[in-house]
Design a protein. Structure first.
Length: 403
């Protein structure tokens, strides 16, 4: 399962985002460093189900379908807050950077209302500096990564002496961080270090490499949170301008949390990611609840169309990680599994995943006898190394059938 990590300075709203996306109740507070241990939960990326295209009604075993949208599960990790100087032991986020490093992508939560000061305390909106926070926090990650490489320098040199290539030698100590040889090759190329002897790397090379490796292995979107606060628009615009090559998503985690909780209580009708909500609770709503919903309508939906929580997750999965959704079936006519469930599964797979990768994921035995796949839309045979496309519906044909 893919994993997204929530990182950011303390008090920016990571846990609020996590609670909104997973409907858990992890502790949120106005004090710095509230989260002391990572929180783990399941969130979902949403993709339109293919059932209407095929004129069938799906009956999912995995990835539930609600009003035509498949909910594809992924793991979301909420991490303790960071602060400038974390790499040197300031705050308590540093020890958890190894947990962040096990993610496939990161959501960097910043306080776009600029109400977090240098020490991480909540202050008057506008007093903080979200742009500086992005630099500072991502710098912490780079320094941390440099330290990891430094600690493993001897091990890498030894592996090189035993005849391994640099990507091979480096991949070993970094495997736990979901870093592959391909990642390292790409980072070496982008840092201009492909042809430089590792023994001759200087401090600048170490730094450049750590920086690029972070970008390659931990693609990161910027979550500009607290956009419901008056004055945050200016800082959101500043973030967009100062980081032209990054995806910046405006978010109100608090609004999403309020809406999801109100929906659970039957007070409103609302689905994550939707651009509206409808009050259904009538007189059950207190004055205060009505007021809060009015504020959300005006400041969040009125300006940004959505709360951004679901949007940020979708962007991370489909734009940043470029994942595809594929639907394996057993019967190409009925689109069912052997038990007759229509479009039983929908899986998130990486952009370069092949028929063989999908077979492996479903069952080792299926992969062992893999012959080819059938593309249900066209009836064409697809070779084992065919790269799956988004919303492909396919039947895997294997001598060791499984299903
Ligand atoms: N107005 C507004 N406040 C928010 C929003 N998200 C979080 N907050 C508030 O910001 C404060 C900090 O929220 P947390 O979710 O605990 O922040 P955190 O990033 O997890 O903090 P640490 O665990 O200390 O790193 C709380 O008072 C939240 O209610 C938002 O979207 N809008
Ligand atoms: Mg927290």
């Amino acid at each position: 399962m893919i994993r997204l990590g929530l990182i950011g300075k303390t008090n920016t709203g990571k846990t609020t985002f996590f609670n909104a996306a997973t409907l858990q109740s992890a502790e949120v507070s106005t004090y710095p460093f509230t989260t002391k241990q990572p929180n783990y939960g399941i969130a979902y990326a949403l993709s339109p189900c293919v059932d209407s295209e095929f004129n069938v009604k799906c009956n999912p075993k995995s990835a539930p379908c609600v009003d035509g949208w498949r909910y594809l599960p992924l793991e979301l990790i909420d991490l303790p807050g960071l602060i400038k100087g974390a790499w040197a032991g300031k705050g308590l986020g540093n020890q958890f950077l190894s947990v962040a490093s096990q993610s496939d992508a990161l959501l960097h939560v910043v306080d776009a209302s600029a109400s977090v000061d240098e020490e991480g305390r909540l202050t008057e909106p506008g007093k903080g500096n979200p742009v500086a926070d992005v630099y500072d926090i991502e710098e912490e990650l780079v320094i941390w990564l440099m330290k990891v490489l430094e600690r493993n320098e001897e091990r890498i040199s030894r592996a090189l002496r035993s005849g391994k290539s640099l990507p091979e030698a480096m991949a070993e100590p970094l495997r736990g961080m979901r870093v592959t040889e391909q990642h390292i090759e790409m980072a070496l190329r982008l840092a201009g270090l492909s042809n430089k002897d590792f023994e001759n790397w200087n401090m600048n090379d170490d730094r450049k490499f750590a920086q690029v490796l972070r970008e390659v292995t931990k693609p990161t979107i910027i979550v500009a949170n607290k956009i419901d606060v008056e004055g945050s628009e200016k800082f959101y615009q500043e973030l967009v301008e100062k980081f032209p090559d990054r995806i910046v998503v405006p978010v109100s985690a608090e609004a999403e949390l309020i809406l999801r909780r109100a929906e659970q209580k039957g007070l409103i009708r609302y689905k994550p990611g939707e651009e509206k909500f409808v009050i259904t609770g009538g007189s059950a709503l207190t004055e205060q609840q009505r007021w809060a919903l009015d504020v959300i309508n005006e400041r969040v939906f009125g300006k940004y169309m959505r709360t951004g929580v679901q949007f940020a997750i979708n962007v991370a999965v489909f734009k940043l990680l470029r994942m595809n959704v594929v639907y394996p079936v057993y019967d190409v006519r009925t689109l069912t599994d052997r038990q007759g469930n229509v479009l039983p599964d929908a899986f998130l797979v990486p952009a370069d995943a092949t028929v063989r990768d999908l077979a492996e994921r479903i069952h080792k035995d299926l992969a062992k006898g893999l012959l080819y796949a059938i593309d249900v839309r066209t009836g064409l045979r697809l070779p084992a190394d065919y790269r799956l496309k988004d919303r492909d519906v396919i039947k895997i044909v294997s001598t060791t059938a499984h299903g």
